[in-house]
Design a protein around this ligand. Sequence first.
Ligand code: GLP
Length: 261
Amino acid sequence: MRVIIKDNYEEISKSAAELVKNRILNKSNLILGLATGSSPLGLYKELVKICENKEITFKKIRTFNLDEYYGLSPDHLQSYRYFMNVNLFNHIDIDKKNTYVPDGLAKDIDKFCNDYEKKIKNTGGIDLQVIGIGGDGHIGFNEPGTSLASRTHLVILDEQTIGDNARFFNSVDEVPKAAITMGVGTVLETKEIILLANGIKKAKIIAQTLEGPVTSMITASSIQLHPKVTVFLDKEAASELKRISYYNFVEKQLAKMAISL
Ligand code: GLP
């Protein structure tokens, strides 16, 4: 696992965008896993810029989003489909038909979830998965206690998550109580993961995730089992890590060896 610590949010966004750009330049039909939340917003802004500058194209790219609120239609202002359109897809040259977000209105939930997994498999699998981290250490919407082998499924949200996400709704009562999310097992099967976190609020959970034991009580800690992970943190989110000087030392040495992202 590579842990990259930068001074601020803008720098982690730029650095993560550099990695995504390099992967797209290496594979024009990359299968990209995407996340919502505020953490990847800066990365998406950078990708829009890079695409506008014609450094990369998304014409052959297919994307799969991690999760969607259950009960929200794609045009609901707080749906993750809407979020992705407004913050990324509307501004890049991607064919929206190649962008998949779980269906928040799926009637046969099990069938939908199995089909989502099949769709991912049929592409050959996700090459690069972007993730953020929830306040309780969830990835996607995999709340504490979710099996580390879980696949795409319906989840009832934790009260902490409902509270955390209430800031996007008029009131906490409006926050959906359920979601469809890729499972932890689905995320671990991707070929590469990048995790983005910023701000002091994430410091404790980041330290537990990266330097604590692997546990289903913090589903993000499962990334310790993944062979190819890069974590992008600002100084605040990194502030409770014990091995900061080692992570910085690694980056210095890699830079000297001209090993880039
Ligand atoms: C939601 C999403 C997660 C995201 C988390 C953190 O719960 N389902 O994928 O990582 O929010 O959001 P933020 O980046 O705004 O802190």
